[in-house]
Every structure is written in C-alpha cells, then in structure tokens.
Design a protein around this ligand. Structure first.
Ligand SMILES: [Zn+2]
Length: 353
C-alpha cells in the first residue's frame, strides 16, 4: 500500500482536527444539541490527486474518533425524532444527530460499519433521482469528466467554452468554471447538459452515477442496517429558484418514491433542502415542507438546536463536518465567535430564516 507514512500523518491530523471539533461542540451544545451534516465517508485519498469534491468527505477513522469522543463526553447520538422530543424536555441529556446528504455508496460501505460498531443511529437523505439513475449529481460528474479528459469542451448558455485540463491547475480551473455554470442552471436543464457533456467525452452518465451513489438495493441495505432514510428531493434543485409547482413536486414525488421503495412503514418524514443556505431554501420552502407533512426539515445554516426550534421544525440549522484542518479552524472560529447565537438574538431568528 502506497503512502503508509503520509497516512499516519493524516491520522495524526485527524486527531488534531478532532480535538478542534470537540472544542467547537462545547459552546454549540449550550443549546439542547446539534444536527451534524456529512456527505461522504471514505478513506483518505492521495494529497496530489485531483479531488475537487474532497470537502464533502471525512474518513472512517475520523468518524470513529468523533463517535468515541461523544460517548466519552456523555453526549447522546439520537435520531431526529428523538431530537425533536428532547427540544422541549428541560431535563433531556445533550445530543447530536448525524445526517448524511445525497445517498452516496460509501455511506453503506464505510459509514454504516462505523455507526454500527458504536450503536449510533443516523439518517441518510436520499436524492431519489440519483438512486433511480434518472438524474445525476453535476459536481460528481464534473469531477469524473475533468479528471479523465485532457481537454473539456462545454456548450453553455454563453456559447462554447474550451478548457485545457491536461494538468492539475487546468483541471481545478475548469472544475471551478463549470461548477459555476451548473449551479446557475434551472434543474430541468441540468440533466440534458450533463448528458451532452458526458457524451462529448465518451462517458456514460448512468455509469458515473452508479460509481458514486446507492441504487435502491443499497438504500434498502442501509435502512436494514439501521439508517433512517430521509428525503432530499428528486433532482437536487435549488428549490427557492424553481416554481412553486416544481418545488412541490420535488418534495412530494421524492417522498412517494422513497415510501414505495422502502415500504410505507419506513416513512420518509424527514427532509433536507438541497444546498440549504438562505438563498437556496427560504420561507416558501419551509411552509411547503410543513404543508406536506414532513416532521423535520434541515438547512445548511450553521447553528445549534434550541427549545425555540420546536416551533420551526422545517427550518432546522446544522453543523457541517468538513475534512481539512484549515477548514475546521475556520469553523471553530465561526462557532466560538457566538455568531449563530447572535443571529438568533437579533430577533430575526437568523438561524431559522
Ligand atoms: Zn445534497
């Protein structure tokens, strides 16, 4: 196995990193608890590898260390339903919920074994179009295309663009430029644009999605292994930019599909808004989720959970776990600054709206 030494170095960094997260959790847990947001759990990749989505991954070793420490500190790991119950129970112990967005295959292969070893529950928010292979995650497809190609051609809204992707720097620039294009596209245009891009580079879209995302058998295996399965729309749109009819369909059709695939009893009653910042999901989406009967819905806005959130269950904040030491120090500073609490106290309920 290559890079044994650097791997130990990374484990060391993980430990350092983890101590930073532990410090960050202390003030957060001045609230009743927190919902943690993860995406992928997979082994560390070589430092020189083109991995523009690396920010979405933590390692199984890091997850293991975090769960060990939470137990040591007397912080319970609970499901979202239990979190809701504890919001208004003054005597409840502090808690965190683990939530993993999008439905990546590594949630089954790498995250589930760690969670099981610790007896810790977690929720995977599945994007049904990814599991069905009827839609694709543009950020993953772009990584595959740019990693393989030495030149990328893209016919976007502003005409044809060419990128030299023969070296690492070129790949980084192409990925950044293309990401901006895809982030701005209406959801109906994302699929055709990805199909065009992959076909132009001799790649098959469904196969690329299959490399990254669970199919239904794998989602069922996650569920059978103890994961709660939540809803993350059909096509991962920026809900706030779509029509009300499209937004409604994205939420309700995804839920119907999840209930069909998992059996009605599984009840996909928890939702995470794609992207989830203020500009991606707002008051209209929070009301829609409530109207459609979701028990909770989570954003990506930073913050802990307070009793007041019991009245805003479709606008819950989360705390993102990121992989790098540099990011974590930023995160620690943000949390320690008291910003989430300040926002809350401004009266505009900044952590909610
Ligand atoms: Zn997502």
């Amino acid at each position: 196995m290559a890079g044994g030494k650097s791997q130990w170095f990374r484990y060391g960094l993980s430990a350092l990193w983890f101590s930073g997260v532990a410090r960050a959790l202390a003030p957060l847990l001045a609230g009743r608890g927190a919902i943690l947001m993860l995406h992928r759990v997979q082994p560390a990749r070589a430092a020189d590898e083109f991995a523009p989505n690396a920010r979405l991954s933590i390692t199984p070793e890091y997850l293991d260390a975090l769960l060990t420490s939470l137990r040591r500190d007397g912080i319970d790991v609970v499901q979202l339903d239990e979190a809701v119950a504890r919001l208004t129970r003054a005597t409840a112990r502090r808690f965190v919920c683990f939530t993993l967005d999008d439905g990546y295959r590594d949630n089954l292969s790498h995250a589930l074994p760690v969670f099981r070893r610790h007896g810790a529950p977690f929720t995977v928010y599945v994007t049904t179009g990814f599991a069905e292979r009827t839609h694709a995650a543009w950020w993953c497809v772009l990584e595959h295309v740019v990693a393989r190609a030495s030149q990328v051609r893209w016919l976007g809204p502003s005409g044809e663009q060419q990128f030299d992707t023969s070296d690492r720097g070129g790949k980084e620039r192409a990925f950044a430029a293309l990401s901006e294009c895809f982030m701005a596209l209406p959801v109906a245009e994302v699929g055709p644009a990805l199909a065009q891009l992959t076909a132009a580079h001799g790649l098959e879209l469904a196969a690329l999605t299959g490399a990254d995302f669970c199919d239904w058998a794998q989602v069922r295996a996650l569920h059978a292994g103890g994961a709660a399965i939540g809803c993350h729309t059909v096509n991962h749109p920026v809900l706030a930019r779509e029509s009300l009819a499209t937004a409604r369909h994205e939420l309700s059709a995804a839920r119907v599909t999840l209930e069909r695939e998992l059996g009605g009893a599984a009840g996909a009653t928890h939702l995470a808004y794609p992207y989830g910042t203020r500009e991606h999901a707002g008051a209209r989406e929070f009301a829609l989720a409530r109207e459609l009967g979701f028990a909770t819905a989570t954003t990506t806005r930073k913050g802990a959970l307070f009793p007041e959130h019991a009245a805003h269950l479709t606008a819950l904040p989360r705390v993102e776990l990121t992989p790098s030491f540099a990011d974590s120090t930023h995160y620690v500073r943000t949390i320690l600054s008291g910003l989430p609490l300040l926002a809350w106290n401004r009266g505009r309920r900044g952590v909610i709206q």
